[in-house]
Write a protein that binds this ligand. Structure first.
Ligand SMILES: *Cc1c(COP(=O)(O)O)cnc(C)c1O
Length: 389
């Protein structure tokens, strides 16, 4: 099956009891047994529920994995992967990571004896240099948030496995989506999603997902079952419904993002645009080769002297908000939100300036999005009395 078909039919069977085309919501915590211990594959819904099984099969199909797991949030999915490890184990991760992942790694897991190394993965050799006998996991996010750096999944997986084939390679595929990038096909063992973002796509659910190849199923299953963070029936059903329109949403977001990145790049009030689909982006060639499209996320920096918070406040249609990947466009200031808790110096070192804006491109008409940006830029170029700054 082609990808578009898989989002709709992959791993799906009509409900065996009634033929219902959409998996019904099995709103039950437990299942009657014909005699003690004899059941039809379902015992208790924390472990498995038919609604969730349908989603997990579909998710596995679209990520080209053999098994999928659905969690109550993206962080819950990451928690499960990290808990496959033991105290003393080492992890190598990107230096430009989703803020919540970074906080979980450093504030939750360091105290249990896991050791983290953070590196720029634009150079695969930076990963290679850090691998030692205690390395158990490579955690790759690509494209990264908010600087849109690209890591070469295939190269990093290959060099890691050449050193020790037991080191796990996991990819947070949230920004790319499986439509644009398939980490398991590139040699990763585990792929993870904040399904809250593009898979959900409508800013109305919180969910996480993990897919893997055959050899890791038992170990992940064992951790997932013991943690109890599985996704509830109704959220499962919402996510299942959303995945069916993933391709048309992401295609449109890609198309809009490409146009808007070019528009921002030409705008004299914008200092820098970070978008892997621009030829000026240092990872453009790699992104072109690794991904089917460049995604719907753009970061850009307004010129010095222009007030970025005022710019965001002046937007009329685009609403500043924390999340991303919805059908509606949204923007935020990483320095005031995701990276607010780190010092100015650390932010400067990372390249996250006070005028950097993260832009999640929606599926509105690109003309309306562009007009809104233009009027907001115009309004930060004048003072309260209307004089040009
Ligand atoms: C949002 C996000 C997460 C965390 O997912 P939640 O669903 O918010 O728990 C992890 N990684 C990336 C890249 C994200 O954007």
């Amino acid at each position: 099956m082609k990808f578009n078909t898989k989002t709709i039919h992959g791993g799906q069977e009509h409900d065996p009891a009634t033929g219902a085309v959409m998996p019904p919501i099995y709103q039950t915590s437990t299942y009657a047994q014909s005699s003690p211990g004899k059941h039809k594959g379902y015992e208790y819904s924390r472990a498995a529920n038919p609604t969730r099984t349908a989603l997990e099969n579909n998710f596995a199909a679209i990520e080209n994995g053999t098994h999928g797991f659905a969690f109550s949030s993206g962080l819950s999915a990451i928690d499960c992967v990290l808990k496959m490890l033991n105290p003393g184990d080492e992890i190598i991760a990107n230096d430009d990571l989703y803020g919540g992942t970074y906080r979980m790694f450093t504030r939750m897991f360091e105290k249990y004896g896991l050791k983290f190394h953070f590196v720029n993965m634009e150079e695969s050799s930076n990963v290679e240099e850090l691998i030692n006998k205690d390395t158990k996991l490579i955690w790759i996010e690509t494209p990264t948030n908010p600087l849109m750096k690209i890591a070469d999944i295939k190269e990093i997986a290959a060099l890691t496995k050449a050193i020790n084939k037991d080191i796990l390679v996991a990819v947070d595929n949230t920004f790319a989506t499986p439509y644009l990038q398939l980490p398991l096909d590139l040699g990763a063992d585990i792929v993870m999603h904040s399904a809250t973002k593009y898979l959900g796509g409508h800013s109305d659910i919180l969910a996480g997902a993990v897919a893997c190849s055959q050899e890791h199923i038992d170990k992940i299953w064992c951790v997932a079952k013991n943690l109890g963070g599985s996704l509830s029936d109704f959220m499962v059903w919402m996510l299942e419904r959303s995945i069916k329109t993933l391709v048309i949403r992401v295609k449109e977001q890609n198309r809009n993002a490409k146009k808007l990145a070019r528009f921002l790049n030409k705008n004299e009030d914008v200092k820098t645009v970070y978008y892997p689909g621009l030829k000026s982006h240092p990872d453009y060639e790699l992104a072109k080769q690794q991904m089917r499209g460049f995604g719907g996320m753009i970061s850009f920096e307004l010129n010095e002297g222009l007030d970025a918070p005022k710019f965001l406040k002046s937007l009329k249609m685009i609403k500043p908000s924390m999340s991303l990947a919805g059908v509606e466009s949204s923007m935020l200031l990483p320095a005031q939100t995701s990276h607010a808790l780190i010092s100015q110096k650390e932010r400067d070192d990372l390249g996250i300036g006070n005028n950097l804006i993260r832009f999640s491109v929606g599926i509105e008409s690109p003309k309306d999005i562009k007009d809104d940006i233009e009027q907001a830029i115009a309004s930060v170029k004048v003072d309260e009395l209307g004089f040009r700054l």
